[in-house]
Design a protein around this ligand. Structure first.
Ligand code: AMP
Ligand code: MN
Ligand code: MN
Ligand code: MN
Length: 273
């Protein structure tokens, strides 16, 4: 089975509309996919409409920004009810927070980096309903203020740089309760990306499992370690590409759902096969 339980559309920082994403997933032979935009479910309805009467089973999903011990952790909600009212209210609050954050980053870029930060932020806000730093990075590159997206993050947006603002997302416990109410499977996205010590990662996974978490995402480059971590915490494994943009060659849509013996696959649990 080819699955992809982590994808983005123009509803957040992906470059394809939900319908274009579904078309590319179908072309790639994906059979089970979740749309998991950052802090919004706005694309789920049109993705579901595009997937209707096709071989692609489309799940509503989300990638929620949360804070654990002062760090940003991304939690995917997969197979949620996009009408769940408490989760919708949470998304609205996150969107408002993101708009204010984008303006604050623009202000810092103006004052500290002597760039047209306010104008950049305004353009990002005009064009994107759910602004992220990825949009700011693209705008910085497009206007010649950074050589590449990674240059924009390293010099202008990331920790220690002129435009950096400490993250202040809702606590992970709040997020877990909302996902439980919305009926979804909670998944820790890209566990290798948080630069946590082995002990801290184990604590996070233990707390997450206790709070009803279902799975951790398997990292392509570190699949064996992810399988061990999931097994130790009693969690399943989830497969997703974190697809944003077809131009990014190393992040193609769709993963073969072939896991090490003895590991449980969230996709198989969902598809009941
Ligand atoms: P935000 O949630 O607004 O902080 O934006 C985070 C998004 O920016 C992530 O979901 C990625 O898509 C992108 N991103 C973060 N760091 C980097 C990086 N170093 N290089 C490229 N993209 C990044
Ligand atoms: Mn992103
Ligand atoms: Mn993420
Ligand atoms: Mn993502």
């Amino acid at each position: 089975m080819i699955v992809d339980l982590h994808t983005h559309s123009t509803a957040s920082d992906g470059v394809l509309t939900p319908a274009e994403l579904v078309a590319q997933a179908l072309a790639a032979g994906v059979e089970l996919m979740a749309l998991t935009d950052h802090d919004t479910m706005a694309g789920c309805e049109s993705a579901a409409a595009a997937a209707r009467d096709t071989p692609l089973e489309l799940l509503a999903g989300i990638e929620l920004s949360t804070l654990w011990r002062g760090r940003t952790i991304h939690i995917l909600g997969i197979g949620i009810d996009p009408g769940a009212s408490a989760l919708r209210a949470h998304c609205q609050a996150l969107c408002a927070q993101r708009i204010a954050r984008t303006e604050a980053i623009g202000e810092r870029l103006t004052r500290r980096a002597r760039l047209p930060g306010r104008e950049l932020a305004r353009t990002v806000l005009e064009e994107n309903p759910l602004p992220t730093r990825a949009h700011l990075a693209r705008a910085l590159v497009a206007q010649g203020h950074a050589r590449s997206i990674s240059d924009a993050f390293a010099r202008l947006l990331g920790p220690g740089s002129a435009g950096h603002i400490a993250d202040d997302w809702p606590a992970i416990e709040t997020t877990m309760a909302l996902l439980r109410d919305a009926g979804g499977n909670a998944v820790i996205a890209h566990p290798s990306r948080y630069r946590l010590s082995a002990g801290a990662l184990r604590s996070l996974l233990g707390e997450f499992a206790k709070a009803g978490g279902a799975a951790i995402e398997s990292d392509n480059s570190d699949a064996e370690r992810c399988a061990r971590l999931a097994g130790d915490a009693g969690l399943a494994l989830s497969l997703g590409s974190d697809f944003h943009d077809p131009q990014i060659k190393w992040n193609r849509l769709g993963r073969f759902d072939k896991l090490a013996p003895g590991t449980r696959s969230l996709a198989r649990q969902i598809a009941r096969c």
